[in-house]
Design a protein around this ligand. Structure first.
Ligand SMILES: *Cc1c(COP(=O)(O)O)cnc(C)c1O
Length: 416
């Protein structure tokens, strides 16, 4: 008999876990322990040699369990399962999306280096890049979805650190505007600046679309990042992050994670494994509901424009990138209400079913006002230039009944 290659959604219930190692328990227990007993002193010595890179691992040797800052079964099994969606060699899970992102930035950037990043970015990433990295002497250049490859190359070439490009960090689709950055183009830009002794890397924050609807590593990205708080966790009850990539790059990231100590704990690992079992059905239902809501909003007289990937005009440049990068329009919608902050706030205050809360990707639908909430820290000029204005509301669509969601939006808009 042949072995069948199972799909990731099938493997989320079992992959990487052996019941016989845990009293036959069908589900992976929570290994709520800080430290692990070695069978012998020789074994402890051998585990440390491998963990600290003192010698190479033998082909049959597995990394032994030492201490939960270095490794823990809940974390390792979770990481192995996460690699399946993105077909990555390795994964590292962190205690938040921000710790995954900042660990990557700190590992690959040194004083004098150049970072190119996309705009708009998640508020926390934006703050770290604009206010913390410059303190370490790191140069930055922001790009947005309308910039062409030639324009970006010129921006880099004319910058003071033009021979020090180390990292391109993009978030696509961008939060909250749904603007799309072309990952393949960014990969070509990284290649363009690649020299014998400097290979710029491309890292993609795939929180909005992953790990189901987009796989940036296949499009030329070196690293893919997630706030696992969002779709991966999916129940608004845990904060976590993940980074995936090649063995070589992940060895560096896991090395820094060990010393920053920002790995996720066993309880977080266990919760995320539970979440992964329903990742695909949750995200599919969310996307289906989002299409209903977006179509409804498009025809509403109090709505000026809707930013939803399923409404991109076929033939447009953004549509081409969308088709190349994404297998779904996702479940994030933002829209301009006719008016400004007052009208947007009335709409948000009148919602009965949607929670007025930040975060996204969860089973329950959420609504918020990016201008004054998630992106409060970004300058007004920059926000307005990016279409992130006071009349913009952002919706994260959950798994509720789609008609119930439309009923809620209808009654809230009526009161505006
Ligand atoms: C939420 C989010 C983050 C930060 O993740 P945390 O888990 O809150 O630390 C980063 N990027 C994007 C796109 C996000 O939505």
């Amino acid at each position: 008999m042949h072995k069948k290659k199972f799909k990731p959604e099938t493997l989320m219930m079992s992959y990487g876990y052996k019941p016989e190692l845990s009293e036959g328990a069908v589900k992976c227990p929570i290994f709520q322990t800080s430290t692990f007993a070695f069978k012998t002193a020789e074994e402890g010595k051998a585990f440390f040699e491998v963990a600290y890179g003192i010698r190479e691992k033998n082909p049959e040797e597995e990394m032994g369990l030492i201490y939960s800052r270095l490794n823990n079964p809940d974390l390792e099994i979770l990481e192995n399962r996460l690699t399946l969606w993105d077909e990555a060699e390795e994964c590292a899970v962190f205690e938040s999306g921000m710790s995954a992102i900042t660990t990557v930035l700190l590992e690959f950037l040194r004083p004098g280096d150049l970072l190119v990043y996309s705009k708009p970015l998640y508020g926390g990433s934006d703050h770290f890049i604009k206010h913390i990295l410059p303190e370490f002497g790191i140069h930055t250049i922001g790009i947005h979805a309308d910039h062409t490859k030639a324009e970006i190359i010129e921006k880099i070439e004319t910058s003071e650190a033009n021979d020090r490009l180390k990292l391109i960090f993009v978030e696509t689709p961008a939060n909250p505007t749904n603007a799309i950055i072309d990952i393949t183009m960014c990969h070509k830009i990284a290649e363009h600046f690649s020299t014998e002794d400097n290979t710029p890397l491309l890292a993609v924050d795939n929180t909005y679309m992953g790990p189901l609807w987009s796989h940036p590593l296949k499009l030329g990205a070196d690293l893919v990042l997630y706030s696992a708080t969002k779709y991966i966790g999916g129940h608004s009850d845990v904060i976590a992050g993940a980074c995936l990539g090649s063995k070589a790059l992940m060895a560096r990231i896991k090395g820094l994670r060990t010393f920053l100590g920002n790995m996720a704990g066993p309880w977080t690992g266990w919760l995320l494994m539970r979440s992964l079992e329903t990742l695909k059905p949750r995200m599919e239902k969310q996307a289906e509901n989002a299409r209903m809501v977006a179509d409804f909003l498009r025809d509403h007289p109090k709505v000026e424009s809707v930013f939803y990937l399923g409404h991109l005009r076929p033939g447009s440049q953004q549509y081409k990138v969308y088709q190349n990068q994404y297998s779904s329009a996702g479940a994030m919608i933002s829209f301009d209400i006719k008016g400004g902050e007052k009208e947007a706030f009335t709409f948000l205050n009148k919602l009965q079913l949607f929670h007025l809360a930040v975060s996204l990707g969860s089973t329950e639908s959420l609504a918020q006002h990016p201008y004054t909430m998630t992106h409060a820290d970004v300058s007004s000029e920059e926000k307005n230039a990016l279409g992130l204005t006071e009349k913009l509301a952002r919706l994260s669509i959950g798994v509720e009944d789609g008609d119930d969601l439309i009923w809620d939006i209808t009654q809230a808009l009526e009161q505006v």
